[in-house]
Design a protein around this ligand. Structure first.
Ligand SMILES: [Fe+2]
Length: 292
């Protein structure tokens, strides 16, 4: 037991030391300028195909866009948001989902009318859905963000689900309340759902996948981690928030009967520190594929 404690602390000590050394080196070079001023605005579009025999044929080619963790107000401007909306619409999505942390500090932010008019312009024929993140509940944001998203024609999934119909086929889009500052309840979320239907769950914190994997869910889409925001070759990320410690970035597959897969989005904005390094802002475009 003592040995494990020593190893964990030794590892975090090494990480902290490296962080300090790199900060000192970076501060004196172009690296700091790049991480502060360049990479945070280099938006990437990540494309993934989700194939399953549970995806009905009517949904073959159905395009879902996920964006997450905009943290508007903390070094993320309305102009950047407008550009993001333009880039999303250029992909011609069928559905758009937002997986939490819209405004960095909701009670200190004032440009809500501009955020509303930008988000309203997102087009998706099969709906726009969102879930709470910890920053949305934090800073007295629960009601403010709820009203803003409602006016922007985003449907809140807070421990509930919606059935999406196309022709005679159906899939399920579900969402849980935030794990850190809300009351997530997956039993309630999936109440009376048909486990034969392909089911996508929105959950802000990726480590919630440890619970989700035990339920009839096929896909979990998460954010929260920011991919670590700052990453280094060989070392990877140096820091992630609680509930994004196990699953940090990209695709994770689980060996269970639902062929459960988790996708962790690295987010759009920044928080705590206004840097991104080897961890571009991104949104995901998922294309569903019917297999036999
Ligand atoms: Fe978060």
């Amino acid at each position: 037991m003592r040995k494990v404690w020593f190893q964990v602390n030794r590892r975090s000590f090494i990480k902290r030391s490296l962080w300090s050394i790199l900060t000192v080196i970076g501060a004196g070079s172009g690296g700091y300028y790049y991480a502060r001023n360049i990479e945070p605005s280099l938006l990437q579009i990540k494309k993934e195909t989700i194939a399953s025999s549970k995806i009905p044929s009517s949904f073959d080619g159905f395009k879902i866009i996920q964006f997450s963790d905009t943290h508007i107000g903390f070094h993320y401007t309305i102009e950047q948001l407008k550009d993001l909306v333009h880039q999303i619409n250029m992909q011609d999505p069928d559905m758009v989902v937002f997986t939490g942390d819209l405004i960095d500090a909701p009670n200190q932010y004032h440009q809500y009318a501009d955020v509303h008019s930008a988000l309203l312009k997102i087009n998706a024929n099969y709906g726009k859905y969102w879930i709470y993140g910890n920053h949305d509940h934090g800073g007295y944001g629960t009601e403010i963000i709820k009203e803003l998203m409602q006016q922007s024609q985003f449907t809140l999934l807070q421990n509930n689900h919606a059935i999406i119909e196309k022709n005679v086929d159906r899939i399920i889009i579900a969402g849980i309340d935030d794990v850190i500052l809300g009351n997530p309840d997956l039993n309630k979320t999936l109440y009376q759902t048909n486990s034969d239907l392909f089911t996508i769950l929105l959950a802000h914190e990726p480590d919630f996948a440890e619970t989700t994997r035990l339920y009839p869910v096929n896909i979990q889409l998460s954010g929260h981690s920011h991919g670590g925001q700052v990453r280094f070759p060989f070392l990877g990320h140096l820091y992630t928030p609680a509930y994004a410690e196990k699953y940090v970035q990209g695709k994770y597959t689980f060996d269970n009967e639902n062929e459960f897969t988790l996708y962790v989005n690295s987010g759009i904005g920044t928080t705590r520190l206004p840097y991104r390094f080897l961890c571009n802002p991104e949104f995901h475009v998922y294309t569903l594929k019917h297999t036999v």
